[in-house]
Design a protein around this ligand. Structure first.
Ligand SMILES: [Fe+2]
Length: 250
């Protein structure tokens, strides 16, 4: 497969070079609002974007089965990934490449959608002769129980990261017992870009549900709050890189 890279030093140093080569139209157009006959449109043109998707039931089932089997067979120690992660949680262990390949077709399409949104924001489209290759650098499961948490951190050696939820306790049971009802955060993930200000949202706090799948730039700070009570908050994450390559001809 032919990867498209720049030839001059300037092109090689330009992280968007492949976009320029493969995206159409190549000239960046100004935004026009004249097509809008009436009403209002909300546009959020600045900052990083995240993509939200729902995982099909068979993916959730397959990953839960994988995790349960690894626990049952006592493979957790062998797959331990915690030295590479910051989580203050019970278990973090690798998902092997065989399992990743089983579920890759669904995730390839969601990462493809992320890239398409990226181009859309730049007023470009992917060249029909190009395809998006997804490289799964690493993948791991996080098993979090009451009182455990994940300090704010970023992911390295990749372009994009993601999180998918496989099991989520009902946080509201314990939240209802709290005196302060505002700002419920039990077991939430927060993606942080910068400080919020007037007319400016700098972070997003998300209450996870089973099947939620979120893609975000790997450099985006994120943290997971602890929760009280029983149950397992089980998620998985992957670090990936994208290559825009010329479509394979059969
Ligand atoms: Fe993380």
């Amino acid at each position: 497969m032919e990867k498209i890279v720049g030839t001059t030093e300037e092109e090689k140093a330009d992280p968007n070079y492949t976009d320029v080569l493969l995206a159409e139209p190549r000239v960046r157009k100004p935004v026009e609002f004249t097509g809008m006959a009436e009403g209002h449109a909300c546009i959020t043109p600045f900052g990083p974007h995240i993509v939200y998707s729902r995982m099909p039931g068979k993916i959730i089932k397959s990953l839960n089965k994988y995790v349960d089997l690894k626990i049952k067979r006592g493979h957790i120690k062998k797959l331990d990934h915690s030295p590479h992660l910051v989580g203050k949680v019970s278990q973090e262990f690798r998902i092997d490449q065989n399992q990743i390949q089983k579920i890759a077709p669904f995730f390839n399409s969601t990462f493809g959608a992320y890239y398409q949104f990226h181009l859309q924001r730049k007023n470009q489209v992917l060249n029909p002769d190009a395809q998006i290759d997804v490289h799964y650098n690493s993948a791991w499961v996080v098993r979090q129980f009451g009182g455990e948490y994940n300090p704010a951190h970023i992911h390295t050696e990749c372009q994009l990261s993601c999180v998918g939820y496989l099991q989520v306790p009902d946080f509201s049971v314990e939240e209802k017992k709290e005196k302060k009802k505002h700002f419920p955060s039990h077991g939430n993930i927060e993606l942080i870009h910068e400080s919020s200000n007037q007319w400016h949202q700098g972070s997003i706090r998300i209450k996870p549900h089973v099947g939620d799948f979120i893609i975000f730039p790997s450099y985006l700070l994120h943290t997971v709050y602890p929760f009280r009570g029983d149950g397992e908050r089980r998620s998985f994450s992957m670090n990936i890189s994208l290559d825009i390559v010329k479509k394979e001809t059969k």
